[in-house]
Design a protein around this ligand. Structure first.
Ligand code: BTN
Length: 305
């Protein structure tokens, strides 16, 4: 190596020690050289930048070992004028935020990121951005890993009925138009699910568990950014195309669902989503009800059997 790179043996040794500090396992054999045994599961930002051919997303990537919440940090950056497409990614979060005020379990080994978007969009259409995110994540999983991922309304990504990814959009808006949106993505990749809190055990899965082996997060991250870039461009030209992709990936439409609202629980068949991303549920009374936010539970299709 010293000969090849025209550096001293001491300089090679220094580099080897640096790689070991970063988590590489390296074997040294006297008078032969070094052998790379295993690589650490870290995101190699240079490789992502090298691979990325996006137009908007990921031109500026801010990488952190640990943050409170990538969404919170991205909201601050957006407020301070960070450009559209800026990505904040962290190996772990100590205050990861989920939907509906929940916490997001954020151990190392997953993909935890937030993207700043500045779409020209009326405020009431903002929920479409999370639908776009869901389509992009499902497409990345399907095309890059060949795993059949689906979307449960509004934006949980499921594999074989278990949640593998959640999306949380936060925004700053004028009364009638969006100023900026931060799209947060928490994708379970290589984490050890046995360490997950009891309430998500059995309901969550990881890509590694579904594929049966550790996944290269660097390549998956690059693929994810490429898909978001692609679907964001489609969305800006023709939002209807995102809605129809969402419908094709949905595991909710056509199913019997229950939703808890202000006036108690409603139950019916999820027929469609409207142009604002609201779920349209046909109640047993025949009334069509639109649900704008919250969670739905997919019921056994007793009425349709
Ligand atoms: C959900 O509850 O399903 C949404 C979870 C969203 C989690 C991601 S992880 C990266 C980003 N930063 C956060 O604090 N939350 C989102």
């Amino acid at each position: 190596m010293a000969e090849k790179f025209r550096i001293s043996r001491a300089a090679v040794w220094k580099q080897i020690k640096m790689l070991e500090r970063e988590g590489c396992k390296i074997e040294a054999v006297r008078s032969k050289g070094y052998r790379l045994v295993t690589m650490p599961d870290i995101i190699v930002l240079d490789d992502v930048k090298h691979e990325l051919k996006t137009t908007t997303i990921g031109k500026d990537i801010r990488y952190y070992s640990e943050v409170d919440s990538t969404n919170t940090l991205a909201m601050k950056l957006a407020q301070d004028g960070a450009s559209e497409g800026t990505v904040v990614i962290a190996e772990t979060q100590h205050g990861g935020k989920g939907r509906l005020g929940r916490r997001w379990f954020s151990p190392r080994g997953n993909l935890l990121l937030s993207i700043i978007l500045r779409p020209v969009l009326p405020t009431h259409k903002a929920p479409l951005i999370t639908l776009l995110g869901g389509v992009a994540v499902a497409a990345a999983i399907r095309e890059h890993l060949g795993i059949a991922a689906g979307i449960k309304w509004p934006n949980d990504i499921l594999i074989r009925g278990k949640k593998v990814c959640g999306l949380l959009a936060e925004m700053s808006a004028e009364p009638d138009s969006v100023r900026y949106i931060v799209l947060g993505i928490g994708l379970n990749v290589n984490m050890d699910s046995r360490l997950a809190p009891a309430e998500i055990q059995g309901m969550a899965t990881t890509l590694a568990a579904e594929r049966g082996g550790i996944i290269d997060r660097t390549r998956l991250f690059a693929e994810l950014l490429a898909q978001i870039d692609r679907w964001y461009r489609i969305f800006c030209e023709n939002p209807e195309a995102v809605l129809s992709a969402w419908r094709n990936l949905s595991v909710t439409l056509g199913r019997r669902v229950a939703a808890v609202g202000q006036d108690g629980t409603i139950e019916g068949v999820a027929e469609d989503i409207d142009s604002e991303g609201r779920l349209m549920v046909r109640l047993d009374s025949g009334v069509l009800q639109r649900i704008a936010s919250g969670d739905v539970t997919i019921r056994k299709d007793t009425k349709n059997e």
